[in-house]
Design a protein around this ligand. Sequence first.
Ligand code: ZN
Length: 330
Amino acid sequence: MKYLAALATAAMIPGLAYAQDAAAIIARDNAIDAHLRKAQSAAGTDFTGTLSRLCVAPTRFPLEIRDGAPGRPPARETWYAEPAKVFDNLYFVGSKIHNSWALVNDDGIILFDTLFTYNSEEEIIGGFKKLGLDPSKIKYVIITHAHGDHDGGAKLLQDRYHARLVLGEQDWQLIENSKNGFPEGKPKRDIAGDDGQKITVGDNTVNIVTTPGHTKGTLSMIFTVRDNGRPLTAVYTGGTAFNFPSTGSNFDIYIASQKKLAGAAAAAGATVWMSNHTEFDQAIPKIRMLAGRKPGEPSPFEIGKDAISRYFVVGEECAEAAKLKFADLK
Ligand SMILES: [Zn+2]
């Protein structure tokens, strides 16, 4: 109160502009706090990784995003994870940090995301072999967005197994325009995934929901998994962190996509939630929990409609807070 009183006094003397600036900063900080509190309460204990990445320490990005070359591969023990069966028709072939998933039936396989170039061969192809799956049966590879931690194995799967690649149109352009991102060669342009498009192999159908924000062409998905014969609807979030130029309009695009995917997930009755980073969907600890699952217990991936709707509130509120923080970038 003392501070506000001092501000009011300051407003009546020549430092008027300064006092107005200070009042605006206080109002902005209060608004940021309100968004952070909403995000924290929506996250509960379910989405602590998402909360810390998006709300606690969001990174500010400049107008020009660097087209960097891939760094040196890190030590294998920092990333290698064993493959696992997660549902009747869904397998994990990711790393400790990044997720890749295979949606499987007798007619063929739809793969989601492809890790880095340095670990896709061992985790995906090696994982298939350990699981008794045949990589030559991969019909489609849906890549949620064109960043090196998800599109690194695309060329290998296209060249060796002639899998069809699906990416958002704007992310195909990112690949085509990249000068430094693909020292071992780029995947060739293939299918541009669009909103409402269905990718079907036998009785597995993936419904694409475009969710621009993380990249302009980010694709998210809704599909059915079966848990001991029980069909469950899964929603897969294609892009999470705010690594786009930190402008207000980019945050608005991101927030609109959160709302859109939340609506689509609710309309489809999604109760299973998945992502392409363990940090966000806790795939690795959940896979460990699966081993100790008792008969009749739900899968740790089946988090329910309420938790899924709270996830999208975390993304939305953290984006509102970051938008206010970084509002000076035009
Ligand atoms: Zn990314």
